[in-house]
Write a protein of this length. Sequence first.
Length: 325
Amino acid sequence: MAIHPIWDQFPTIQKELTETQKIMLSSVKIRNKEMTEALQLFFKSGGKLLRPAYFLLFSKFGEAPNGKRRFQYAASLEILHAATLVHDDIIDESPVRRDLPSIQALYGKDIAVYAGDFLFTVYFQLLSGASKDLSTLERNSVNMRKILIGELDQLHLKNNPNITIKQYLQHIQGKTAQLFQLSCYEGAHFANTSKRVQLIAQRIGYNIGMAFQILDDVLDYSSTEEDFHKPVLEDIKNGNYTLPLIYAIKENPDYFSILNDNRDLTDDEITYIVKGIQTFGGIEKASKLAERYTNKALSEINKLPNIPEKEIILTVTTKLLHRND
């Protein structure tokens, strides 16, 4: 079970992520072989394990309990992330996840729905084993609620060409930033760091999550006509209007009036829309906002105590938020 290459230069965290992944795989073993096979394939499919990694890194800023509990907590965060992805693929009817067939494509929507639901139960089971503190369970429940509200916001805003920048930022705050924020904060909290470090960790996670999602949306639109990424077609066809498109509509609403028809678009029409996004500066404006969140994250990281993990967080975050693919 290879860990993503982003961790190759950090052997300690790479080893800890391997332990975390083992817990994830063992946690989804149940009598139903089809379910077990589907989930284990999902967890072996090459995700970066960013959320558990940030938890583990921030837990080094204090005195985290040794042993299995730390890895259980880290695993729970990736399990929660996975549950949202499985349900996302069902809603979007996505055939692919991480360059492999999605669970719903392989096994059908019934298995996929149960798989996502099952992962939520695994999340709380791991979390309750990792932390005996009732306030931790309450805090994670509140954050899980915010994540799901973010997903509902996106669903509510589908096929709405009048979506505002504020609405977009609100739903990605729930959909993406909330879990990054939770991962960083809980790592610092688990290690009993000072309140100051915990708040810095929280701000770092929030800004990483916002930049990460905006950058993902930018990269979807920045390829050439001959080399569109699959998610671009899915986002537009599914009516998910992201920041580059929102900025472009704001610049020239008449050009994008075709979106007012609220119908399935042809491939030629999608090509027309993407051309408009590029022409009216949607990619450039969204990139600038992603850069602002990136700079905020890096500025907050510089406020952390000077331990080796600070440099790892800085290096990984810089690489993550300045990627071009």
